[in-house]
Every structure is written in C-alpha cells, then in structure tokens.
Design a protein around this ligand. Structure first.
Ligand code: GLN
Length: 208
C-alpha cells in the first residue's frame, strides 16, 4: 500500500517516520511518499494531511493544484484520509477562519486555536472508542464545535477530539509526536478495509 503525506509544511517527517516504523514492524509493505503535486496522488491508497499551520498548508495545496483532486478522491469514498490538527481543519465542513476553506470531507465545524492562550499546548489522557486509553498531545489545537453526522471517538472537556465519518478520520491532536503507533495502525486498517471493498467495486465501475 502507498500512503501519501501532504508534504509542504508541518509534521511531515514525523508522520513518515511513524509509518516506516509500522511498515518495518509488519515486515514492510507500506510505501510512504510526500504529496506536493498532482502526479504524487497517483496510486495512493491513503492520504494524511499533517499538523502544522493550516493557513499555509491550505494556501499551498491550492497553489499546487491538489486541493480539488484530494477532495475528489476522498469524496468518491475509495481513499481514506486522516487529518491531524491543521489537517482536520482543512478536511472540515466549515472553519471559523475565512482564510481556510474546509474541504467538506467530514461533517464538523471547527474553531482554529479554540483552546485559547492558557491552554495552547497540553497533554491529556483520553479514552478512544476502538483504541482505548491514549495519551494525546495537543498543540494550539482547534476545537470541534459541531460534529454533525461524524462519529465521536473521543472527547476532552466535553468536546470531540477524534472523529470519524466513513473514510475520513480527524484528530485535533498529534499522534505523530508520540511513540504510540495505534492511531496510524487504525488508519492503516481503514485503508485495508477500503482496498478489500473497492477492488470488487472498481471492477464493476470499469465495466459500466
Ligand atoms: N493552530 C494551528 C492552525 O490553526 C494548528 C496547530 C497544529 O497543527 N499544531 O493551523
């Protein structure tokens, strides 16, 4: 499987390292690439938008012409996407900052830097459905204000911090900054499941 990290700014290297670590653990089989242009999206079976500065990442994915293509691939349902921190802001239905237009891939409204100055960064133990107890690192995290039809998998201070809607997983924290590989492994399972469903479906699609 090939997983692409949107590779302009932010925690790109950290995601790559984590996926390579998992690949080694599994006896290889995961290729990790940086996505910076349209061709890089060819053949990827999963996409990660990392944490970083959402205004910058948003500007660059538009300038390099991959915003619409990522959106299309994920909306079609075959390619899972994981957005972490700045990445979930970009994947969201709506943001409170006119400089970042969400891709509307997951039904959430989000407030950039919503935890305010006093709590710009914090570490918190959370309980995640399907994963269990997990120590999450928040850095100038956004707040999910309205989670619409997305499934809430975990909360902090009564606000969702990890949500999923079909092939899209969004987190307001940074799994790539810890040694805990479980969230990336969960995402890999989403990709594997998609592969087993879509191989049959795409054969029908080609014939139609
Ligand atoms: N506050 C950042 C933003 O709005 C996100 C922070 C992060 O990704 N660590 O872009």
């Amino acid at each position: 499987m090939k997983i692409g990290i949107v590779g302009f700014q932010g925690d790109v290297e950290e995601h790559i390292e984590m996926l390579e670590k998992i690949s080694i653990k599994r006896g290889r089989g995961i290729d990790v690439i940086r996505i910076r242009k349209r061709d890089d999206l060819d053949g990827v079976s999963g996409i990660i938008i990392p944490g970083g500065e959402s205004t910058t990442i948003f500007k660059l994915i538009q300038e390099y012409g991959i915003y619409d293509e990522i959106r299309r691939m994920v909306k079609e349902g075959k390619v899972p996407l994981m957005g972490t921190c700045a990445g979930i802001i970009i994947a969201s239905r709506n943001t409170n900052d006119p400089r970042v237009k969400g891709m509307d891939l997951i039904d959430i409204e989000i407030e950039r830097n919503g935890y305010g100055r006093q709590a710009e960064s914090f570490i918190q133990e959370i309980d995640i459905n399907g994963i269990g107890k997990y120590t999450a690192v928040f850095i100038r995290a956004p707040v999910i204000e309205n989670s619409g039809s997305a499934e809430i998998m975990g909360k902090v201070r009564d606000k969702p911090v990890i949500v999923r809607e079909e092939n899209v997983l969004g987190l307001t924290f940074h799994p790539e900054l810890t040694d805990d590989t479980r969230i990336h492994e969960y995402f890999i399972k989403m990709i594997e499941r998609e592969g087993s469903i879509s191989s049959g479906a795409s054969a029908v699609g080609v014939m139609a």
